[in-house]
Design a protein around this ligand. Structure first.
Ligand code: PLP
Length: 392
């Protein structure tokens, strides 16, 4: 009818839903696959799964462990995680009430944010950051507040951190060892973060997924072990990286019993439980793998780090040497292209090696002169990538 205005359609996305979907990492992966290149863009470690972990998962399937577990995981794995936290960090958690098995660290963070934050609450995190952290905070209608770390060593500026805390701040999110910088927060830095959490009454949410990827004798400190921090720290970690099982979706949280029921509630709603037989596989790893296993993955990855750093340097891309995790941020100053994504694409076109534009880890306008390369790759892939970079 002329003159009438159509009612707005009710078939629309939510205010939260992104209207553009652009994952540079995914785009680079697709392009890399298309040209048969070597993917150092994704943080998927393709190194072998420990035999004991793989065998126990398969055995669990045969034995009929194929039905739902408790939404916070089976007894065996919760107990093994509690023992691990005691063995590694001297932290006591009640496996029945203070440990939750999650569908990866990713689920752990999401349910922690759902359980602890209200819309509009602010969460402080550090730059360079892992994009999932920022998006997970936004996805619960909370507000990420970014505090830059100072290159080249990504040191903490305590004054900047203090200045970022407002009456709306509810939590600090800390990733150590960090993706993409490899930064390991030192005891002094963690003491400063802890002092602020205690003074301003904040939660500390930690992502410690790279806890065993520490090089040259560096020490990973679990911030929950600092005086006064246990009750306010939500420890998040997992097995994706330690046992090379990124597709299994088994991670965990350890936290004071006050917070667990609400976090379990949300884990149940979204995931029901982490895959049942795979929980057994991971539990067998925790029960049976000796300390030497964890030292060996660190030694192997340190050697991979050295090889990749040397190749990047030879190719004119000065690397920031990461003390932990398994990524290198390298300078892209001498590569052709105006923006970091352009430089990453040019490098891939010339060498067939995929990397991630540094801009994925910074606020807009920053990170243009960096590319991130993952070195958690099988030796023949990594060595081939290094050769191609050197020939570039
Ligand atoms: N946290 C960080 C900092 C990561 O880099 C990654 C993967 O790249 C994850 C979490 C994902 O962990 P999960 O596979 O346990 O969800």
């Amino acid at each position: 009818m002329s003159g009438s205005t159509a009612a707005p359609s009710r078939l629309s996305l939510s205010e939260l839903a992104p209207h553009t979907f652009q994952s540079e990492i995914r785009a680079m992966t697709t392009e890399c696959d298309r040209m048969g290149g070597i993917n150092l863009a994704q943080g998927v470690c393709d190194t072998p799964v420990p035999a004991v972990v793989e065998a126990a998962a398969m055995e669990a399937m045969r034995q009929g462990h194929n039905i739902y577990t408790r939404c916070d995981g089976n007894d065996r794995l919760r107990t093994a995680i509690a023992r691990k936290q005691q063995r590694d960090y001297g932290l006591d958690y009640d496996p029945d009430r203070e440990v939750m098995v999650t569908s990866g660290a990713t689920a752990g963070l999401h349910v922690a944010l759902l359980a602890l934050l209200n819309p509009g609450d602010e969460v402080v995190l550090f730059e360079p950051f892992y994009g999932y952290h920022v998006n997970a905070i936004k996805s619960v209608r909370a507000v990420p507040v970014v505090v830059p770390l100072a290159p080249p060593d990504w040191q903490l500026d305590t004054d900047a951190l203090r200045a970022a805390i407002t009456p709306r701040t509810r939590a600090i999110l800390l990733n150590t060892p960090a993706n993409p910088s490899g930064k390991i927060f030192t005891r002094v830095e963690l003491d400063q973060v802890a002092a602020l959490c205690l003074d301003r009454d904040l939660f500390l949410i930690t992502d410690e997924i790279y806890e065993y990827f520490v090089y040259e004798g560096a020490e990973h400190i679990c911030p929950a072990a600092l005086p006064g921090m246990r009750e306010r720290t939500i420890v998040i970690s997992g097995f994706s990286k330690t046992y090379s099982v990124t597709g299994w979706r088994v991670g965990y949280m350890a936290a004071d019993a006050r917070w667990m029921p609400a976090m379990s509630h949300f884990h149940d709603l979204v995931y029901v439980c982490s895959p049942a037989p795979l929980q057994h596989g991971v539990a067998a790893g925790l029960e049976q793998l000796p300390a030497a296993y964890y030292q060996q993955i660190a030694t192997e990855h340190q050697s991979k780090r050295e090889r990749l750093a040397a190749a990047l340097r030879a190719a004119g891309m000065e690397p920031h040497i990461p003390p932990g995790a398994y990524y290198i941020l390298a300078s892209s100053d001498h590569l052709p292209g105006k923006t970091a994504p352009e430089k990453a694409r040019n490098l891939m076109a010339r060498t067939g090696v995929a990397s991630v534009a540094g801009t994925a880890f910074f606020r807009p306008g920053r990170g243009e002169n960096l590319l991130r390369f993952c070195f958690a790759k099988q030796d023949h892939h990594l060595n081939e990538a290094c050769e191609r970079l050197k020939r570039n």
